[in-house]
Design a protein around this ligand. Structure first.
Ligand code: SF4
Length: 124
């Protein structure tokens, strides 16, 4: 894992906190020497315009915290829906590249790699 050699010696891949205060692996901020550059690289990847207020209600940090499956890819759009009273929100859909199908509950996963429901063994 690459490490910052100049100032902090922390791993460079640490997720930054968004303007909403949650860690998100897709948020990028550059504050070095007075710079104040921020962007969402996931929305940029999908040609969507980002602004800081979107992070307050974005579902992506919760999904990433619950499910870090390497095969699951998130597709995001910024849209308005009736459920959000037509306010702009990030809407995320998940797709599993291993089984080539949509994942209805991204926090849980598709169930291919990790069978559902989970089986717990209690040793006596
Ligand atoms: S909009 Fe969502 S995915 Fe993008 S940086 Fe903010 S919390 Fe992360």
């Amino acid at each position: 894992m690459p490490v910052c050699l100049f100032t902090c010696h922390l791993p460079l891949s640490l997720p930054l906190k968004t303007p909403a205060g949650r860690e998100c692996p897709h948020f990028y901020g550059n504050y070095f020497r007075g710079r104040n550059e921020e962007e969402c690289r996931l929305l940029a990847l999908h040609n969507q315009t980002w602004y800081p207020d979107l992070c307050k209600t974005c579902p992506v940090p919760d999904v990433m915290r619950a499910n870090s499956c390497q095969h699951m890819k998130l597709n995001v759009v910024v849209g308005r829906s009736i459920a959000t009273l037509f306010q702009k929100r990030v809407q995320a859909n998940a797709f599993c590249e291993k089984v080539k199908r949509n994942v209805p509950e991204p926090q849980v996963g598709c169930g291919e790699c990790h069978a559902l429901p989970f089986k717990f063994e209690i040793k006596e």
